[in-house]
Design a protein around this ligand. Sequence first.
Ligand code: B1M
Length: 215
Amino acid sequence: LPLWERLKRRIVDGERKGLEADLDEALALRPALEIVNDVLLDGMKTVGELFGSGQMQLPFVLQSAEVMKTSVAYLEPHMDRVEGEVKGRIVLATVKGDVHDIGKNLVDIILSNNGYEVVNLGIKQPVSVILEAAEEKKADVIGMSGLLVKSTVIMKENLEEMNSRGIAGKYPVLLGGAALTRAYVEQDLADLFQGEVRYARDAFEGLRLMDAIMA
Ligand code: B1M
């Protein structure tokens, strides 16, 4: 198989052996971030389709996720970093009940490489922990990620909790994850939230929105 097809297959098949050699070859040809976005994420998309249609079982999805994570970790030191003053601070978490963190961690990488300080709380974080961290770390923005449909409900509850604590105006909220839609965030959630809530389709939109919020 040609290199790009081979790399994509590695993600889909969860095949780690020889991964670094392929990534080195890829790095000689294209920027690290493009390899992640155009090649590896394409592999994860296929994994999602196979899993969704019952053609792939969960343990294999996990293996694919592991190869994805290993690849991103290997590529990360090769990504461009913007040096300079810290532009702002975001507390970032995958919401309660949700373990998906590949997307969240990509957001962390992109923001960290572009002048933001990211406090990454990890997965399955209840709103109380997220809000405590925001307070303690003096966050400018709260970022929540979640991929399950039920996570979209948790996000709504989290915003309601911020309303009832009277801190909606204090922290603009950035939301992302595959089960969200722009309409749900920008209409339904924006209607009920007493502060600013924004939807990021991908990590780059997350960066653009952070730049807009902090401007
Ligand atoms: Co799960 N899973 N999974 N899974 N998994 C999905 C989400 C699913 C759509 C698969 C499917 O059915 N086709 C489905 C959800 C269905 C639903 O809710 N209706 C699903 C399911 C059902 C489950 C379990 C319930 C399965 C089970 O146990 N029976 C279980 C849930 C466990 C739990 O959370 N409690 C489960 C478990 C897992 C694994 C552990 C095996 C693994 C996760 C490993 C890990 O993350 N460490 C896994 C995986 C890998 C997936 C799929 C295949 C791929 C997800 C992924 O990493 N994509 C996924 C299929 C899919 O998404 N279509 C699926 C790549 C990643 C880069 O994309 O996270 O969307 P994503 O991030 C994007 C954007 O969304 C955005 O930026 C990123 C790109 O730049 N973004 C943000 C994300 N967060 C952001 C935050 C921001 C800004 C942008 O600002 C704050």
